[in-house]
Design a binder for this molecule. Structure first.
Ligand code: PLP
Length: 399
């Protein structure tokens, strides 16, 4: 049969895990070394310093051998006490999961309802914090880029709202799907704990997670009474300055992280962010040309990382994704929980170039045709036009 032996590279166009560059794979494929030996200390110091640059922070960063969920838990258990009130916003599936975790850990959560098509309303946060005269709310938690919806929240605006209300709550931000793909500034935006993961913008396999920790969050950890052991920042921060870890680190993933950081810095973070912005623009041009609805309602909140496309009524997003996988060996993101079977998500983050995006959108367009999904042709062409024009403009500017 035509597709019994897929050739070429699989197109992994889900919004993470992303394609791991060959350079990073080769770096991971080295002998595991003594994690208490001299070589390791050099590596440990280097990746910790590199991650500070990515978070844009001078403050502490810790690295866990875990998926992003572990770093979510670390952020909460290191800073809060049982029964503390936390303000969270229902931007989508991942905000809902973080909220469920907070409840399981014994926190009280006020969960502001959302329609999964908008980011966090800074004015609403301002109003709620201003009304909290007793300062019962101990933390505000936000997801920077909702991976389930392709909607971002304006973190600088949220910081401003918190400052304007004069409220002392901690500010925690999940950047699991934005860090390394979209501009993010831990220090400048006054974030207390930033949560991140390895498998998206950092172009690594899953398995590493991160906290960036402000001085205020560190001080809070001194009195925070939630039970913690593995996730405790204390032992990590005691030994990290020497480049070592309190337990066996994920040595080979750290080799990969070292390589990925070199790649990001060589390209330049601003260039990386601009590249992803262009991919977002081109993908939305394609969706508009197809006549399909983009889930994100507010253009100011469009994600550079992924685009969630709404299926026309009566058509199954999962059946469409199956067609694309079968015919073109491409994985697209599925609709999660509330959005199950209703949207598909196009990942345009990580290690990819203009032609990767063209191939991706061509695969989507051919798949729409084969699956019998009503659409207009010309989406891939519209994206190509956008890529070509913006590429010419960028070269003309550089000349
Ligand atoms: N938060 C966001 C925004 C995510 O995209 C994800 C995973 O996709 C998570 C949290 C959970 O991270 P993990 O699956 O690595 O535990």
């Amino acid at each position: 049969a035509l597709h019994s032996h897929p050739s070429g590279r699989h197109f992994l166009q889900i919004p993470g895990p992303t394609n791991v560059p060959d350079r990073v794979l080769r770096a991971i494929d080295n002998a595991t070394i003594d994690h208490r030996g001299p070589e390791f200390g050099v590596l440990g110091k280097s990746v910790l310093a590199g991650m500070k640059k990515v978070f844009k922070t001078e403050a502490d960063v810790v690295i866990y051998p875990s998926s992003g969920t572990g770093a979510w838990e670390a952020a909460l258990v290191n800073t809060l006490s049982p029964g503390d009130l936390v303000l969270m916003v229902e931007t989508g599936h991942f905000a809902t999961l973080w909220k469920k975790m907070a409840v399981k850990l014994g926190l009280r959560v006020e969960f502001l309802e959302g329609d999964w098509r908008h980011g966090i309303d800074a004015a609403q946060i301002h109003a709620r914090l201003t009304a909290d005269k007793a300062h019962e709310i101990k933390a505000v938690c936000a997801v920077h880029n909702e991976t389930a919806t392709g909607v971002t929240s304006n973190i600088a605006a949220l910081r401003q709202a918190m400052d304007d209300s004069g409220h002392p709550a901690l500010f925690m931000v999940d950047t699991i799907s934005s860090l390394g793909s979209m501009d993010y500034r831990h220090d400048e935006w006054g974030v207390d704990v930033t949560v991140a993961g390895s498998q998206k913008g950092l172009m690594l396999p899953p398995g590493l997670s991160f906290n960036a920790i402000s001085a205020k969050a560190l001080a809070a950890s001194g009195t925070a009474a939630l039970r913690r052991s593995y996730w405790d920042w204390k032992e990590m921060l005691a030994i990290n300055p020497s480049g070592y870890f309190p337990y066996t680190p994920a040595t080979n993933l750290l080799y990969g992280l070292h390589e990925a950081l070199e790649m990001l810095f060589a390209e330049g973070l601003d260039h990386v962010f601009a590249r992803h912005r262009r991919y977002g623009e081109a993908t939305r041009e394609a969706a508009r040309a197809w006549g399909l609805d983009i889930l994100c309602k507010n253009p100011d909140e469009y994600s550079s990382v992924l685009t969630a496309v709404v299926m026309p009524d009566g058509h199954s997003a999962d059946a469409f994704r199956k067609v694309v996988l079968r015919h073109f060996d491409m994985s697209l993101g599925q609709g999660l929980s509330k959005l199950s079977d209703k949207v598909f998500r196009i990942g345009h983050l990580g290690d990819m170039n203009d032609l990767t995006l063209c191939g991706t959108l061509a695969g989507v367009e051919m798949g729409l045709g084969i699956a019998g999904v009503p659409h207009r042709k010309g989406g891939a062409q519209a994206a190509m036009d956008h890529l070509a024009q913006s590429s010419m403009a960028a070269l003309a500017q550089a000349a």
